[in-house]
Every structure is written in structure tokens, then in C-alpha cells.
Design a binder for this molecule. Structure first.
Ligand code: 4AD
Length: 433
């Protein structure tokens, strides 16, 4: 009705608080669009009583009612002129000293629950959610079924050295390293499938891309060949990128300025495909040494460590599907082409600035070859009877991969360290908060 004043109420947390003369400015964090952050202003007596309240500090929960006015200087272009307020959950002045811009990583980590409330961190958490939605959207479109394998298991997947052992009542069990074996068994039940679950690796080294618990998005495809697997992985990554740019482009731009534009090229161009032997040749051509002092180059037998791998992908500056790793470097389940038993049908997707974000392969379908693999790795086959049964009762060509979701977020968000994209990161020195 003409002339009638419309009042709005917003509930949230005091993100910022500033007194200016008789005015009190509050940036309220609501997380509800279109006013996720809203500038609110009080004046006169209202400002005085509010600022004098012993519970009104940053992070107090407050309800603010008033009228909305356009203001180009305010976030979101509007300002709430407050006419009424109510303190819901008081805060304390201690909040100001908890973390400061100069606080070191350990102080930040101890106060992770506070750090998360910051603009950047909460944006990263939202970006991660958008990325996961992008994956689920892709799988929905491709008719891939989500399944939920267990995370307490009695089998290893990626080598005994990174297993977390635990006492499970009176038996020995592990925290899962990968849900792959279970996904393989779900294929004959539901066809193509995926899961999003934590995987655990007892990684002793503290690098900027390893944690002890990571979000592992794994998928398994039935009746696929290696070429088909590579094509599907590339399409998956491009679909997720397109989804995030389309649905949350502003958020991505805020977290990683310029990325939306870069993504336009990324989704248009085919990913580079490179065999492992070609990568070894590339390192030699670019004078990357295994032993700098003695000028020794990497050979086809060597494992390429993180540093030279990063140098290669950063220099090339484009996603690389690195394929055909040597058999002796890879786990028991990987398929080897009949005419080349020395290599596996395996792939790592390498991204500039992060390195490997996906690892996958075709799976060995032959019972005897799986048994040979167990022998090679010194694994007792008995606990794997349900896995080897897959090769007894209706074997079929299949393959899949695992995405390190945290590394994917690092890559898309342009974030240097994996701990900065995880709600509560775990490494060999930290299991709190
Ligand atoms: O290459 P990985 O070890 O492959 C597997 O686990 C397969 N079984 C997956 C499958 O085929 N279903 O791990 C897959 C991805 C890596 O590319 C990396 O992005 C991530 O998981 N990852 C880690 N991320 C953070 N911290 C760690 N310690 C990680 N280990 C692996």
C-alpha cells in the first residue's frame, strides 16, 4: 500500500562491528541469500544501548529489525536502518584475541571453529558444497547410482604402509583407504555406481596435499574399456566445472578471482594425454634430475615424486591424464594389457598448481592374476573372498577412479594448502578440534 513502511527482520551473527560518532554499524552474517551479509546501522539512543550491552561483541547472535534502503557502498547494495534489536546469544570480548591475521597455523587450527566463520573460510566451505553438488548432478545425468560402503573394513586397497589399524571388538580392522573394492562388488547389483565417503591414510609426511582423512569421491563403471574410462573422467571434471561456474560463478570468482574465465578455456580444450614413459622423457628433456649432484635422470622404473610431477604440470599449464604406470608401482587390482604386462591401464589426472587430483584404473578381471597380485604384495587372500568371488561369478570388464575432493577444491579455489579447504583437517600431528 502506498506510504506504508515495510519492516524486515534479519537474524544472524555480528560479523563486524564499528562505532562511528553516534552511529553503530553492524555487518550481520545471515548466510541466507540474497542478504548473506547485510550492513545494518543504528543511531542515537538505540546505538548507545546496543553498543553498551555487555554481550554485544563480534559473533554475538542478534535479531535486527528495520527498513531496507539502497546503498551502493554496502555489501549487496542495501542497508538496514535498524529500528529494533534483540540479543539472542551474547558474545564475549575474548573473541577479539582468539585469532589475529598474524596468528600462526597452529593457533588457527586450535581455533578452527572460529576461523570457519570468516568470510574466506565460509566461502571455501560453500564452494566445496557447490563442487559436491556438481558431482552429484553429473552422476544424476549419467544415471550412476550412489551407494554407501562401510568405512570400517578388514581389507587393504592402497598398500599396507598407510593403513590405520584398529581393534574392532575382538578382531583386527582398518579404517578404509578406498571404497573401490566395495564399489566393484556393487556394479553387478546396481550397474555404474559412486560414493562420497572419507578415506583414511596413515600418511606420516606433512605435505600441502596430504591429510590422514580425506573426502574420497569414487566411481566404478561396468562394461567400459580404458579409453572409455579416460573419456568419462574428462567429461566428469568438465561437467563439474561447468556446473560450479553456472550456479556459483560469483562465489568461485570471490574465492579465486579470474577462475571463471580460465574455466571457459578448460572446458573447451581436450585434456593432454601422456604415457608414463613420455613423462619420464619430458623430465629428461627439461633437465629435471633424480639426483641433481650426480646428474642422474629418472628412468622408466622410477616413481616420479611430487616435486618433478608438479614442475611438469605447472610448466605445461594444462590438465594432464597421465597413463600406463609401471605394474611394479601399482596395487594388485590393476589390469595390464595382454601384450604389455609391464604396464597397467592406470591414470592419474594432474592439475596445474596442485598435481594429482584423481587416480583410477581398469580392474583385473582374471581370478588367477588377482591371486598373483596378492602374492606380489604379500597379501593373504582369505579376507578378500567376497572380492575374488567377483571374478568367479560373472566377471566383466570394469574400471573406475577416486577423486580427492579436497585437492579438487584446492585446484578450483586456487588454494595452496589442503588444510585450508577441510572443515576440520586431520594430519599426523592433529586430531582436534
Ligand atoms: O590414487 P589413489 O590412492 O587411488 C585410490 O584410492 C583408488 N582405489 C581409487 C579408485 O580407483 N576408486 O587415491 C585417489 C585420489 C588421489 O588422486 C588423491 O586426489 C586423493 O585420492 N588422495 C588424497 N587426498 C588427500 N590426502 C591423502 N593422503 C590422499 N591420498 C589420496
Amino acid at each position: 500500500m502506498e506510504g506504508e513502511v515495510e519492516f524486515h527482520t534479519f537474524v544472524g551473527w555480528i560479523h563486524r562491528l564499528r562505532k562511528q560518532g553516534s552511529l553503530l554499524f553492524i555487518i550481520l552474517r545471515t548466510h541466507k541469500e540474497p542478504h548473506a551479509y547485510i550492513q545494518c546501522v543504528m543511531k542515537g539512543k538505540l546505538a548507545k544501548t546496543c553498543s553498551k550491552n555487555p554481550g554485544v561483541y563480534r559473533e554475538a547472535t542478534i535479531s535486527l529489525t528495520g527498513t531496507l534502503h539502497d546503498d551502493a557502498r554496502a555489501p549487496g547494495g542495501v542497508e538496514l536502518k535498524v529500528t529494533d534489536w534483540e540479543l539472542i546469544g551474547p558474545s564475549d570480548e575474548e573473541i577479539e584475541g582468539r585469532i589475529r591475521p598474524e596468528s600462526g597455523p597452529e593457533v588457527m587450527a586450535d581455533n578452527r571453529h572460529i576461523q570457519l566463520r570468516g568470510t574466506h573460510m565460509s566461502n571455501v566451505v560453500k564452494l566445496r558444497a557447490a563442487i559436491l553438488r556438481g558431482f552429484r548432478h553429473h552422476f544424476e545425468e549419467e544415471d550412476v547410482t550412489e551407494v554407501s560402503p562401510p568405512t570400517i573394513v578388514q581389507t587393504q586397497v592402497e598398500g599396507g604402509s598407510t593403513l590405520f589399524k584398529l581393534k574392532y571388538f575382538d578382531q583386527e580392522a582398518y579404517l578404509t583407504q578406498s571404497s573401490q573394492l566395495y564399489l566393484e562388488t556393487a556394479c553387478p547389483a546396481v550397474g555404474d555406481c559412486f560414493c562420497v565417503l572419507p578415506s583414511f591414510r596413515a600418511e606420516k609426511s606433512r605435505t600441502r596435499r596430504h591429510v590422514s582423512e580425506f573426502t574420497h569421491l569414487e566411481m566404478e563403471y561396468a562394461f567400459i574399456d580404458f579409453e572409455g574410462l579416460l573419456t568419462r573422467l574428462e567429461k566428469m571434471v568438465k561437467d563439474v566445472v561447468k556446473y560450479v561456474c553456472e550456479k556459483k560463478g560469483d562465489l568461485l570468482e570471490e574465492v579465486n578471482p579470474g577462475m571463471v574465465e580460465k574455466c571457459k578455456t578448460l572446458v573447451e580444450e581436450p585434456f593432454i594425454r601422456m604415457k608414463y614413459t613420455e613423462a619420464i622423457d619430458w623430465l629428461k628433456e627439461h633437465e629435471v634430475y633424480k639426483n641433481e649432484e650426480e646428474k642422474i635422470f629418472y628412468t622408466y622404473e622410477d616413481d616420479i615424486p611430487e616435486k618433478p610431477e608438479r614442475f611438469m604440470v605447472d610448466t605445461i599449464g594444462k590438465p594432464i591424464l597421465l597413463t600406463h604406470f609401471p605394474t611394479h608401482q601399482k596395487p594388485f587390482y590393476m589390469k595390464t594389457p595382454a601384450d604389455h604386462p609391464e604396464v597397467t591401464e592406470s591414470v592419474d589426472l594432474l592439475m596445474p598448481s596442485v598435481g594429482e587430483i584423481i587416480g583410477g584404473s581398469m580392474r583385473e578381471g582374471d581370478y588367477e592374476k588377482i591371486m598373483d597380485g596378492f602374492k606380489r604384495e604379500g597379501i593373504k587372500p582369505d579376507p578378500y573372498y567376497w572380492y575374488t568371488d567377483l571374478r568367479k561369478f560373472g566377471s566383466f570388464p570394469h574400471g573406475g577412479a577416486g577423486v580427492g575432493v579436497d585437492r579438487f577444491v584446492c585446484w578450483l579455489g586456487g588454494i595452496d594448502h589442503i588444510r585450508d579447504v577441510i572443515l576440520y583437517p586431520r594430519n599426523c600431528n592433529r586430531c582436534k578440534p
